[in-house]
Design a protein around this ligand. Sequence first.
Ligand code: THU
Length: 134
Amino acid sequence: MEKEIQELILQARNAREKAYAPYSKFKVGAALLTGTGKIYNGGNVENSSYGLSICAERVAILKAVSAGELKLKLMVIYTDTEELTSPCGACRQVLSEFNPKLEVILVNKKGEMKALNLEKLLPEPFGFKKDDHD
Ligand code: THU
């Protein structure tokens, strides 16, 4: 697992380099390990209509899911900052759709790491059973 984490950190850093964040100038990189052992990464993509900006975490997860990879195992979130960056609420909900117990590791420029489970980041996520409503 240690080797996979190092690779995820590398890929999250690479994705951060390619983030498109001319408005906030806050670049984020994410890398996601799936059940097949593949890694999908992403950086945040902003828009001049600010509210349309998409976080790095969602870029990575949408790349994975649209490639048919629905089993998510571990996500690394990297920022080039002193502080660790925790995923926003919208991203927590989107991640939780596919794995409410996803392992998440936050990494900063000092190489500090914090491992958190999505269960802790988003307790009691929204969801419904398909036959539970009209
Ligand atoms: N952002 C992310 O990409 N991930 C997070 O977890 C928090 C925020 C982005 C959105 C926006 O492009 C910029 O950071 C500033 O909010």
